[in-house]
Write a protein of this length. Structure first.
Length: 225
């Protein structure tokens, strides 16, 4: 009887070790399914045009237009986009030319270089708006609260269907540059001069750290208040 029980016991021990070595059961998990419950929701990133439309003013941009342009430039910098495109109606009038030049001048005064501004035209009359925008990315989070589980049913020890949805939606709403969710930004060039200085100090055995600023020194006053 003891010999007959040895084989089943060994099989049970082997299965127990296998389950302990793979607690998440990843060996049988579908590779297309999320590994953890927090990955059951994702952010959709699409590429599109962020554009505002301005009424043409030959005398220059209005205060409201200047505010809208400043907000557009701020979004353009956050998106790390290449150029800002000005789409002017192809009416050919002098007033439209001055209005387009006023928009370009306002962008340059906001710190946008002339090489970063591209002026194009489209079919439109003298009263058609001037489009100003750039090509960037937009992030869209999941729609939460569409399906709910019964919180009293916890026998399988699984998370709720909406677990992680609110966090993912908040990230999609708050990310400054949705393009960062697609690929990381390229690293900037290193400071070769500073690197040679530090390596030179290392070779000579000198202290390579920055000297302490004497203005950071402080002492507790001994005066009696």
């Amino acid at each position: 009887m003891i010999r007959r029980l040895i084989v089943p016991c060994i099989a049970l021990l082997a299965s127990a070790c296998a389950s302990q070595g793979d607690p998440l059961n990843l060996a049988k998990k579908d590779p297309l399914q999320p590994v953890t419950p927090t990955e059951q929701y994702s952010i959709t990133v699409t590429q599109g045009v962020d554009e505002i439309q301005l009424a043409p003013h030959p005398e220059g941009v209005s205060d409201a237009q200047a505010k809208a342009l400043a907000e557009l430039v701020s979004r353009w910098r956050d998106a790390d986009a290449s150029v800002i495109t000005i789409r002017a109606p192809a009416s050919g009038t002098e007033a439209m030319y001055r209005a387009t030049a006023g928009v370009q001048s306002a962008l340059e005064q906001m710190g946008v270089r002339s090489s970063q501004i591209q002026v194009t035209s489209y079919d439109g009359g003298a009263d058609a708006p001037i489009g100003v925008g750039f090509l960037g990315y937009q992030a869209k989070g999941p729609d939460c609260g569409q399906d709910w589980d019964d919180y009293t049913k916890t026998g399988d020890n699984r998370v709720n269907k909406n677990f992680g949805c609110a966090v993912t939606a908040n990230i999609a709403a708050m990310v400054a540059n949705p393009g960062d969710l697609v690929a990381p930004r390229p690293m900037g060039s290193s400071d070769a001069t500073r690197r040679e200085t530090i390596i030179g100090k290392y070779h000579t055995g000198a202290i390579s750290s920055t000297p302490q600023d004497p203005q950071a020194d402080g002492a507790i006053s001994g005066a009696i208040p």
